[in-house]
Design a protein around this ligand. Structure first.
Ligand code: H79
Length: 682
């Protein structure tokens, strides 16, 4: 369904204004602490699907989705229960393998999309007690996991292909298993009962990891209730963002206003860190989550270790998957990799656990994490350099480090002396020509205080246009570095004004900013142009009726069609831009037209959220283009508008699956709110 996952794209020449979930703060910091320090966890996908092991009627590309991908009738699938007898299952051995690999938590599928519960559920017959095994796997594993000092965490699927009340049915099974009087609210009560079991019968749970939230039947109201249920039962539990509707596709990050404590990129690592945002990349070791006996596409240990370094350097967690076999054993290839990662972690674990994101931009030869040891430990910061490309010269070059070095060492060879030379803003680490380590050799460099990094400043502004005075922030990588700027396009010098706080601009200009430390320039110059514009004039009066005209069109599209050239199937007046609660219509488009009231002259920001595509036009000009097949995704655009009424058009279409549409607006730099009926007429 998704072609592209762009989180926040702005129409025309305007700058991107990403709208991330608010970072956790205060109490949340304490709650998130163990998870942020852990950095590395084990995902386990295990269930009835391990019985067919990815193969059905000669096709070998299935896994945990096999019931749907092979279109297996429910009775046949239920029959796998008779063959699920994992006599090799050994909770202690699993927990030990995770601990030995340097993992700090285990997330296991208590129930996947197939609906089968691996625990003894009082509200379901479709559980482990209906197999010959008849042992509560979750009870055994949670005990063994805690005995290893790890946190037990539950994956639990919202989507359920088995429960009679869950909707929708898969298209292919509608005939054999009609929806009848299925009732989603009743299913949600069942879901909440199982979640309650999981959070009351198995001790302290670290994370509730939901999934399958994207179907149209799941909504923000359910998401909020489920999040609050979890926190109500265990106040300290951490809940992923798939509890709600905010996840922007496989990129996994939520917009503000949605529930969930961390983002969940799946099978992908964000290109850069996301300051102040908690996230965790989950990934398979081969190509499948559930066990597939034919899948030989194993990532190398080097690749996995480097991915762990990459993720840690961007301030994220790595949740690495194992798909156990039906007999309860881990695949050999997974065991080997866990052991080799563990050998690396034994030596280099301090460069991962408890570290935070790299203070540098990109490093040409590898990655970096850091650990600030605080006042009580002489205010030293350890910088951990993960060297992927060992320097043939024997000298590693680190550019832009302004901190005073205390000393360096190699974690893989404590005996080797590593000389440090700092000259003209470059730090040279004399690591030697022979690489003493494997996969990613770690050079530890201790520096005084919080690291000072010389980087060109970033220029942060809500928009590239202004109609009156506007504040712009000039941000440097470290607080000790001073930013100086000019407004006439010239290179900032020591004589240029310093940006002590936000800089106010009130005319067209080119803002140039540069970092200075101890009286000299230490970076290149960042430039950005701003344009003073005339706000688009508004009309004195609105239309005769409040709300908008909404025309409805039927059709099967993959991109926004030209609705203006089509005849609507129906039309009516609506209060605002949006869909009725639990809207599940497919192959449909809406076109909202009317006038939008702007209270005062200014540059306004518009956030258009939709599933699938949509766009916003003001006075006939596209302000937000959110076109394409995708799940709920927000894009932002800005426009300079004068006080008065402005012609507005919002177009939206839904092919299949989830449906969502909402429009928010606000002055740039201010709060955004939903555009309500009082501001709309036609
Ligand atoms: O449990 C594993 C997979 O079985 C499960 N998540 C991991 C952790 C998974 N289910 N589906 N998928 C992975 C891929 C599904 C992608 C899509 Fe969508 C669902 C495409 C369209 C709907 C997610 C939501 C991406 C876009 C919208």
């Amino acid at each position: 369904m998704l072609k592209q996952f762009v989180r926040a794209v702005v129409a025309g020449c305007l700058a991107a204004v990403p709208v991330f979930a608010q970072p956790a703060s205060g109490d949340d910091d304490a709650r998130m602490e163990w998870w942020r320090e852990a950095r590395f966890g084990m995902f386990i996908h295990w269930g009835l699907y391990a019985v067919p092991a990815g193969e059905w009627e000669g096709q070998t590309r299935h896994a945990e989705w096999i019931r749907t991908t092979a279109e297996i009738p429910i009775d046949t699938y239920d029959g796998f229960r008779g063959e699920f007898n994992p006599v090799e299952f050994d909770a202690e051995a699993w927990a030990e393998m995770a601990a030995d690999a340097g993992m700090r938590y285990i997330v296991i599928t208590t129930k996947h999309h197939d609906g089968f519960a691996l625990f003894d559920s009082a509200v379901s017959e479709f559980d482990i007690m209906s197999t010959p095994f008849e042992r509560d796997i979750m009870a055994e594993l949670s005990e063994a996991t805690r005995a290893q000092g790890l946190k037990m965490c539950w994956y639990h699927s919202i989507m359920d292909w088995h429960h009679p009340d869950y909707l929708p049915r898969r298209g292919w099974e509608e005939a054999g298993r009609p929806a009848g009087d299925a009732d989603m609210d009743r299913y949600v009560a069942y879901l909440f009962n199982q979640v309650t079991e999981l959070l009351t019968k198995y001790g302290d749970i670290g994370v509730m990891w939901f999934d399958g939230e994207w179907e149209a039947t799941w909504n923000h109201t359910y998401g909020e209730a489920l999040y609050k249920l979890c926190r109500g039962l265990q106040p300290g539990v951490i809940v992923n963002n798939r509890v709600d509707k905010g996840r922007g596709g496989m990129g996994g990050m939520s917009d503000e206003g949605y529930f969930g404590d961390f983002g969940t990129p799946e099978q992908t690592i964000p290109a850069t860190g996301l300051p102040g945002v908690d996230w965790e990349t989950c990934m398979t070791m081969n190509d499948n989550w559930g066990y597939n006996s034919h899948d030989t596409q194993w990532k190398s240990t080097e690749d996995l270790v480097r991915k762990l370094c990459d993720i840690a350097s961007k301030g994220g967690n790595f949740l690495l998957n194992v798909g156990p076999k039906a007999d309860g054993s881990f695949p050999e290839e997974a065991i080997d990799r866990l052991r080799e990662i563990g050998d690396w972690m034994d030596i280099n674990g301090e460069s991962i656990h408890g570290t935070s994101a790299s203070p540098f931009g990109q490093l040409p030869w590898g990655r970096c994490t850091m650990n600030y040891h605080g006042e009580e430990h002489r205010a030293v910061t350890s910088l951990y350099f993960h060297v992927f490309d060992w320097p043939s010269s024997g000298v590693l070059r680190v550019e832009g480090l302004g901190s005073e070095a205390i000393g360096a060492s190699l974690l893989a060879d404590a005996g080797r002396e590593v000389g440090v030379v700092q000259k003209d803003g470059v730090t040279y680490l004399q690591v030697g020509t022979a690489n003493p380590g494997e996969y990613a050799t770690v050079v530890k460099l201790d520096v005084k205080g919080m690291p000072i990094v010389y980087q060109a400043p970033t220029i942060e502004a809500a928009a590239g246009i202004l109609v009156g005075p506007m504040e712009v922030s000039l941000v440097s990588a470290s607080p000790e570095v001073m930013v100086r700027y000019t407004l006439d396009g010239t290179e900032p010098t020591t004589a240029s004004p310093a940006a002590e706080g936000p800089v106010t601009i009130s005319d067209s200009c080119t803002l140039s900013a540069r970092s200075f430390h101890e009286g000299r320039a230490v970076s290149t110059t960042t430039r950005r142009s701003f344009r003073l514009v005339e706000p688009r004039p508004g009309r004195m009066s609105g239309g005769g009726e409040s709300g908008l005209l909404c025309e409805v069109y039927a059709g099967d599209w993959e991109t926004m069609p030209d609705l203006g050239a089509m005849t609507p199937a129906e039309s009516r007046t609506v209060a605002s831009v949006g869909l009725p609660e639990k809207y599940a219509r497919e192959r449909v488009a809406h076109r909202y037209t009317g006038l939008l009231r702007v209270p005062a002259d200014g540059v306004y920001r518009f956030a258009l959220t939709s599933d699938d595509g949509s766009r916003l036009l003001l006075g006939g000009e596209v302000v937000v283009d959110n076109d394409g097949l995708h799940s709920a995704e927000t894009r932002v655009g800005v426009a300079a508008l004068a006080a008065g009424w402005h012609p507005v058009t919002v177009e939206w279409f839904n092919k299949t699956g989830g449906a969502d549409l909402s429009l928010k607006m606000g002055l740039v730099g201010g709060e955004m709110g939903v555009v309500g009926a009082e501001a709309l007429s036609h």
